[in-house]
Design a protein around this ligand. Sequence first.
Ligand code: ADP
Ligand code: MG
Length: 688
Amino acid sequence: MWDRTTHDRVGLGSSVRYLRGVGERRAEALARLDVLTIEDILFFFPRRYEDRRSLTPLDELHPGEMVCALAKVISLSNSKGPAPASAILTDGHTNVRAVWFNPHVDKFLKPGIQVALYGRVEYYNGIQINNPEFEVLTDQPPQIIGRIVPIYPATAALPQKRIQNLVNDTLNTYAGCLVDFLPRDIRVRYGMKDLQEAILELHHPQDAESWLKARNRLAFDELFLLQTGLLLRRSSAQKTAPSLIPGKNYKRFMAALPFPLTGAQHRAIDEILQDMRGTRAMNRLLQGDVGSGKTLVALATILAATDSGMQAALMVPTGILAQQHYLTLERMLAPLGIRVGLLTGSLRTEERRCLLDELKAGKLQVLVGTHAVFAEGVTFSNLGLAVVDEQHRFGVLQKNALIAKGTSPHVLVMTATPIPRTLVLSVYGDLDVSILDELPPGRIPIKTICLRPDEEGHLLKLIRERVRQGQQIYWVCPLIEDSEERRADLSSVSSCYERLSGLLPDVSIEMLHGQFPIEEKSAVMRRFAAGETSMLVSTVVIEVGVDVPNATLMVIEDAGQFGLAQLHQLRGRIGRGKAESLCVLLEGQGTTPEGHERIETMLRLADGFSLAESDLEQRGPGEVCGVRQHGVTDFRVADLVKDRKILDLARKEAQALLTGDPTLETEPLFRAELMRRLGKTLHLAGTA
Ligand code: ADP
Ligand code: MG
């Protein structure tokens, strides 16, 4: 089956098993490095390089240095017991000893042979080269010195030397099969290296400058393919949609607002209404910092739908948030005669049936709910707008299930916290983006401090002070690693609650946990929002969306355990009212260095956009804002922190290419490469 003589049928897409020296075991080891095909080997780039270009004469060896040398073997002595094997070498002027702990060197070395060496100089009864890598010289230039040597991610099953040889052999035989798919015009305009040249350069760089040109070309490839793919998906996803235009109720609502819109809210609403007026379905992302007033923008959007006689859905990730949004919408929309319903998983059968009947009959104009809104059996009479709040908590399929409830409704997804621009472009590059980069006026900046566990006395004093001033407090209990361990989580909240109740007997405290039945959760939240309780001891269920402006103190226990986005979300629960707010990060006993860094970052940065950038730098794209599920940021070369400029260029060129040629007819090679690399990930089948 693995007949290596049938080379004509073996191509870049063939299994690594076709390569000489790759058997089942090695193929498995390669698979663990995500290397399955011959092409994968060509794209399996070094982790780092060693510059071994300059040779050191044997009379210039200094202890501690890594050196490259050429020498002739004068004599050899075998390893005896604990004594290593050694050789005396000469370059004609100077003799030096090399020692090896590998007892088999005498299989390769004989007196009189010329060798290339790379190793560390040490002083041990004289100067010696310790355990050097060596290569017997032939009429070919040496591999291990005189060049920049690639160092690959190696494993025990695949040592460095093996990988180097495997990559070299593969480059020699197959690099010529690489076809440059990048439009010629772009290559020429930017003076890029061609694909084969760039790949060879990455494995065997000539110098730093040439290497950089090669890696930038390959990074551009990845970003350009992705941008083209995303833009292609956008144009193919744009379906005919109902034109939604704000009318009487929208105007009445806006006129009755107790405060003026922020400039950013104005802009965002204009952009959204502009989209919905058209007959192409809107697909827009509303980005805004915590507390920037996204709900109000959503509300304006919803009114444009109901004014046009269509239904709107607002989907949120938690029951508490659904309840809160429902109350807000109900309070604002009921006076206008608009009926709002709340659908969560915990509705009783009878209530649910009643609600769904009304929804189907079109008597309910707005449906607010959790994941329950895209469940089977939920039928709208004419869904014209789907809004998804805290959209990163929902998967693509879940969002699509909601959208499928209407005939191509307009779609608005909202973020919980800002996402760095490079990530927005690469993960949501097929969406239009509106940004709320302005907080409502009059907000007093939140003060953030960090306290150690032994400073609890001070903290309790702060709490009593706030309570005396009629203000309220959130206390967030430490995160339990395994969220499946619901009971452990619950017990940690109850013990925290009991301890604090004991310490603060004169403060009215309640606790809140994700596992409470929804009625109980709502009751607790209602009492807190009404100011009947002063302090809420809770898990991260209050993380998103909760809006109680009178709460001015947020205590986060063991803060180092939380991610930056989550800390920022939690902190965003305060600072919503007129009084100055304080966020206290309690440092846990076992805070990791990364946890420390996050706490430091929180103390330093207040604005979500800068925090998001910092998060991207600290953790990489995969971990930020749940983008991992998209799989589109798994680049081999490109780096979303460093390659901002290249990304912008790729975006610009992708737009230009598709403007001139919307189906990529003139670039069949590029189109094929796009489908091959991203067709599945981006669901591009049939789009071009
Ligand atoms: P987020 O963007 O985090 O979802 P919210 O929509 O919860 O923010 O809004 C935060 C708070 O700001 C709410 O109490 C809301 O009523 C208030 N708010 C929204 N827009 C304005 C505005 N233009 N002026 C004053 N307050 C506003
Ligand atoms: Mg919100």
